[in-house]
Structure formats: structure tokens, C-alpha cells
Design a protein around this ligand. Structure first.
Ligand SMILES: [Zn+2]
Length: 176
């Protein structure tokens, strides 16, 4: 097997990647059934709560919630409310917009593992919430300052919430 040529990747400044946008033609309307667990999770966001489920057999907590424990192959036992505060597990500076155009200002996006009262960090399996990190720069990512940083959910004002993951505007860094 040959060694990777550039295992550390290429610096963004040196990379001339093709950037192109997809024009949006018309509007596609469709319904998506969130399901019982995700439906309750989204309803919780509207109330300013971040909900998860717990499997009491293995002790794993799922935030966002799942109906079944994928480790024990059984239905989960209970609901738990996660703290709005947690730790950044991994984070990137994205230089590409959702439209695939080159971003003028990089967006900082991270995976956040929230605290769950009564459960320690290693106690629970946690796929993590992927969300924007506000008040941070690409330098904070490059310097690794954001890895392990403590963040807190910033919810939209109650009357603007719609039961969507965007009811959380972003996660603000509370300390690094
Ligand atoms: Zn389990």
C-alpha cells in the first residue's frame, strides 16, 4: 500500500478548488415525518429544552433521542433533559456555503456533546449535535483552542421558535 502523499491536507490559501453554485429553480415542497422521538425532540426545542433518551441496560444516553438502543437492541427506557451547556468534541472552519459557493467568511461548525445531569461524559454514547459555533474564528479552530471548549446553546426568542434545530441559533463559547 502506498503512503498518502499529503496526509496533513493542503492549506486553504494554497488550494484553488473549483467552487460552483447550483441555481435554485422553483420551490420543492415536501413533508418529512420526524417520527416519535425526533418529533418530541423538536417540540422540546420550541420550549427551550434539549431532550434525549436513555437505555437503562447499558446507561447510554442519546441526544438527539433514539427510540431503540443500537447497542442492546431494545427499546429505550426513559427521557432525559440535557443541559444547554456542553463540550465541543470536534470543530471545523467551513469555507464552503451550503450552496457550495466559496464562503467569504468561514462558518465555524462543531459537534457538541451536551452535559446530561446524572451522567458522566464517558457514560453515555453521544452522536452529538452538529451546530454553528458563534463568536469564534477560523484561527480558534487552527490553533485547536476550540477543541474541548465549553459552549452554551443560544436559543431564539420564544415567539420565533418553530420546532426546528434552528430554534438554537448557535452555541456560544463560555470558556476554552
Ligand atoms: Zn443499551
Amino acid at each position: 500500500m502506498s503512503k498518502p502523499k499529503n496526509p496533513r491536507g493542503t492549506a486553504y490559501e494554497e488550494l484553488d478548488f473549483p467552487a460552483f453554485e447550483f441555481p435554485v429553480v422553483g420551490k420543492a415542497r415536501y413533508n418529512y415525518t420526524a417520527g416519535w422521538a425526533l418529533g418530541r425532540f423538536l417540540a422540546g426545542l420550541k420550549e427551550g429544552k434539549i431532550l434525549g433518551t436513555v437505555c437503562k441496560k447499558c446507561g447510554r444516553v442519546f441526544v438527539p433521542p433514539r427510540m431503540y438502543c443500537s447497542y442492546c437492541f431494545r427499546e429505550v427506557d426513559d427521557w432525559v433533559e440535557a443541559s444547554p451547556e456542553g463540550t465541543i468534541v470536534t470543530v471545523v472552519a467551513s469555507y464552503v456555503e451550503a450552496t457550495r459557493a466559496r464562503a467569504v467568511e468561514p462558518k465555524i461548525v462543531g459537534v457538541i456533546k451536551l452535559d446530561v445531569p446524572g451522567y458522566k461524559f464517558d457514560d453515555h454514547f453521544f452522536p452529538g449535535l452538529l451546530h454553528y459555533i458563534c463568536g469564534a474564528t477560523d484561527e480558534d479552530v487552527k490553533s485547536m483552542r476550540l477543541f474541548g471548549a465549553r459552549v452554551r446553546a443560544r436559543f431564539k426568542p420564544e415567539q420565533q421558535r418553530t420546532g426546528s434545530i434552528t430554534d438554537i441559533e448557535c452555541f456560544e463559547v463560555v470558556r476554552t
